[in-house]
Design a protein around this ligand. Sequence first.
Ligand code: SF4
Length: 118
Amino acid sequence: MLKHITCTVCPMSCNVELTLGEDNEILSLTGNKCARGKAYATSEHLHPERTLTSIVKAKGGMHPVLPVRTNKPIPKDKLKEGMQVVSKVEAQAPIKMGDVIVADFLGLGVDLVATRDL
Ligand code: SF4
């Protein structure tokens, strides 16, 4: 089976083609122009990650909501669960950009942090 992944490490946006075996293992990988693309496509196939970005409710500040994001990418399959948690969070002003809003988010060893002052 073939799988195509666009490498997003640099603006070249190489189209990396993976040939997968019956157990989803990578048999070959082509189309990348450098080793970073191989590492990216391999990681994206085996354990894709994304940075969660969203907003949480906020009290005591000039705005009713506060933009937040995880300070490191989390497994892609945890995004939905993460959004459910985010929907229940309420931040209290004053808050500085970078402040931790939820520590050890989902027990993943990453923090949910504010991306602006409030
Ligand atoms: S494979 Fe290399 S050159 Fe191509 S997009 Fe990825 S990092 Fe850039």
